[in-house]
Design a protein around this ligand. Sequence first.
Ligand code: FMN
Length: 256
Amino acid sequence: MVGMEFQDVVRRRRMVRRFTDEPVPPQAVDRMLRNAVRAPNAGFTQGWAFVVLDTPDGVARFWSATSPRAVAGAGADGVGAAGGAGEGDPGAAAEAGAAAEAAGGARENRWLTGMRTAPVVVVVLTSREAYLRRYAEDDKARASAQAAGDGDAPWDVPYWHVDAGMASLLMLQTAVDEGLGACFFGVPPGQVEALREAFEVPDEFLVTGVVAVGHAADPAPREGAGGPGAGASPSGGSPTRRPRRPLEHVVHRGGW
Ligand SMILES: Cc1cc2nc3c(=O)[nH]c(=O)nc-3n(C[C@H](O)[C@H](O)[C@H](O)COP(=O)(O)O)c2cc1C
């Protein structure tokens, strides 16, 4: 289904971590990018940049750049995961011992095997320096001085990553609207430099994350009963292990 109701796009969106080999229409990727740059962004700085990898060679180079050389439990091709099952999951951090490590390694392998099937990978980059330059301009300088946060930035919040995240969400939603699936994931700090080198990313740009795109290999889950796993992505992820927090736990009307 292409061109859905907005509420359907929001409800259907799940991180997709396994894809079919059906090619992604280039117009769909173009629309994801055109929508991405309509995202709200601080000072209209637009400090983002996107490296689009839509050929088998480009995608393969992405995975080889972002995979550690030697990882316990690495896949048959000897590489590990980029973002992977870790994703800062506190449960994973709490795990200890060889059994947990082996389980984590297996999960990471499954993650990588699935993610490598994505025919398109978009690396989302952002320039902190672009924001500092923008907020030194005449129409922003006074507000920046008044706000005066820590260090040389006028805010405590890294707007460069916030904005790249907003652009990424628009890409994810547009993918759903195009009948595609996508997954946003992070690149571990140890792999960022290799990624930057492989694709000649200028020093100024930081990696916010990556959006993998393709046709979902698994059918979308049925909306329905609550509890962990309900409505979770069939290709795994934290929602298979933890429930969505109820609105009344997170919304504080009129004050905390
Ligand atoms: C900042 C951020 C980082 C994420 N990193 C990863 C990752 O490294 N690997 C992964 O598989 N998913 C990653 N995710 C996806 C989340 O696991 C997912 O959005 C969350 O569990 C909710 O599931 P849903 O998006 O399918 O509804 C990330 C999402 C965000 C917003």
